[in-house]
Design a protein around this ligand. Structure first.
Ligand code: MN
Length: 206
């Protein structure tokens, strides 16, 4: 099968207490795995599409035949979003960004606290399931949210970082308290990786 489930880059319990081990095991091993499996199933008679890198497949979503397009949006988006999500978190992380990303956040949003507040508002304000994002859009940082597994890549934006606000990402530990989950999530953000993604996005490499 062309698309494969990436391994978690740390142990399932590595993000405790912000994110509990059982949530991580189910989220990665069942939810993300299902997106990968269902993406492969949708593309099983589409060798050319199935050979594209996932981000390119989403950027070129209009090339996907209409009868399977929604399945690719849902499951290809789910695969790309979660692959990014595991990568931008880590044990012993948190704190503040540094370097060019920190400078751009300050220029664009005022200060880091204002940036965090806007991300939280985007995540809390997303009704139902979706993601809150920091994207590069037209070369500029922007905060937004998407529904379901819709990827910013489909509309020409580059995802720098995103927080999953589906209930499956937090319900076991936080139940209905999505704002508390987002507050705790900052403690596991790996700013080294996010800063690297920012540089890659600026260079057109995501
Ligand atoms: Mn998820």
């Amino acid at each position: 099968m062309p698309f494969t489930l990436p391994s978690l880059p740390y142990a399932a319990n590595a993000l405790e207490p912000s994110i509990d081990a059982m949530t991580m095991e189910i989220h990665h091993g069942r939810h993300h795995k299902a997106y990968v499996d269902n993406l492969n199933k949708a593309l099983e008679s589409q060798a050319a599409l199935a050979s594209k890198p996932i981000n390119q497949l989403l950027r070129e979503i209009k090339d996907v035949p209409e009868n399977i397009r929604q399945a690719v949006i849902n499951n290809g988006g789910g695969h790309a979003n979660h692959a990014m999500f595991w990568e931008i978190m880590g044990p012993g992380a948190g704190g503040n960004p540094s370097g060019p990303l920190a400078d751009d956040i300050k220029t664009t949003f005022g200060d880091f606290a204002a940036f965090q507040a806007q991300i939280k508002q985007a995540g809390v304000g997303r009704f139902g399931s979706g993601w809150a994002w920091l994207v590069l859009a037209g070369g500029k940082l922007q905060i937004l949210s998407t529904a379901n597994q819709d990827s910013p890549l489909m509309v020409g934006q580059v995802p720098i970082m995103g927080v999953d606000v589906w209930e499956h990402a937090y319900y076991l530990k936080y139940q209905n308290k999505r704002p508390d989950y987002i507050d705790a999530w900052w403690k596991v953000v790996n700013w080294n990786t996010v800063g690297k993604r920012y540089s890659e996005a600026k260079a057109g490499k995501i």
